[in-house]
Design a protein around this ligand. Sequence first.
Ligand SMILES: Nc1ncnc2c1ncn2[C@@H]1O[C@H](COP(=O)(O)OP(=O)(O)OP(=O)(O)O)[C@@H](O)[C@H]1O
Length: 395
Amino acid sequence: MSSSVVQASGLGKQYRLYPSARARLRALLAGGGAARSHWALQGASFSLRRGQCLGVVGDNGAGKSTLLKLLAGTLAPSTGTLSRHGRVTAILELGAGFHPDFTGYENLRFGAGLIGIDTAQLRALEPGIIAFSELGEAMARPVKTYSSGMVVRLAFALVTAVEPDLLIVDEALAVGDQHFQKKCVERIEQFRKNGCTIVFCSHSLYHVRQLCDVALWLDGGAQRAFGPTEEVLGGYEAHVRAQEAAQEAAPLPGVPDAAPARADARIETVRVANLDEGTPPTLQGPDLELTIEVSAPAGECPSIAMMLEQAHGVGITSTSTQRAGVRPQPLGGGRWRASVRFPALALHTGEYVVSVYLFDASGLVVYDQWMRCAQFRHVYADSTPGLVRLAHEWY
Ligand SMILES: Nc1ncnc2c1ncn2[C@@H]1O[C@H](COP(=O)(O)OP(=O)(O)OP(=O)(O)O)[C@@H](O)[C@H]1O
């Protein structure tokens, strides 16, 4: 038997938007009408095994909540199929189903029935639920007298009283105080250790990195990527940076404009070693190695330089043969070659670009420049946040 707990195929949710409530009513009564169709989610396809933790990421309005509600069964899909195996518990809009005039005890009984806990089971579970919620005598008060944090505590304690096969968690946990958040995360972690499958939606990429082994990136309702967390978040972070830098491609700092191209002084080829066929290609292996061939005016040994920067972000480092005190290798006929290697490239997972420069012998005149001429993806196995791994020691 397959160990898949969730299997989604082509899952989509379409809403019909009407210009006014009156138009909506008219459409309901008479059929048709001027509805505009809006796809909150389209074509989500993935499967999750027992014990996997999925992080759902994306910009505001990307369709994350819609996907979680479909998985939880509180929304019906417009397209596609979804199969779920075992007990499903959703921590969505926590406490939204509580009745404000009922006491904590009454809401507990009422809520337990809704999530399939019968009276005998609740009797056994109730002391543990109340202890976890830390509500004590407040349980006898109407829920309308509770703070939002107290409502979340009661709801979380109830819905997690029985360990599910699939746990769906949205950002509701951000409501509680730090002490309670920690308890919630510990309980979720415990479930996970016991083999529970978890779907977790968050704007905090840090938490997605900490908790999830797979991630799904939604963009405008469409599934952009699904796979190992670090690979998906790398793509999503590049997208976020691209949006931030959308207006201008920042010029590289400190490099003057190139002189008009001359036939006898130009960059001929730039080659990055060990790239695969992807778009962008991924660097295979830990080293970044670049080989540059140029033409230079007769009798002049040029300086060859390169700059490495984030594809959508900051410059990282630059180096030149002149500064390094290295003479490019003469190939004859005014052609020169230089190679540079960054052993065990000390960058975290992300997309990077290389620009290459040809300077005169003094390193002052830019003969030619190939801006952002090679883009690649670098994958570093450890998912620590940040850009670069600096040498350091803890003591
Ligand atoms: N009931 C609804 N009727 C019409 N459109 C809706 C409805 N619910 C959501 N949408 C739309 O569907 C899209 C996806 O919404 P959703 O709430 O799933 O996004 P999200 O990724 O969870 O956003 P956020 O991060 O801001 O919570 C949005 O454009 C939203 O306006």
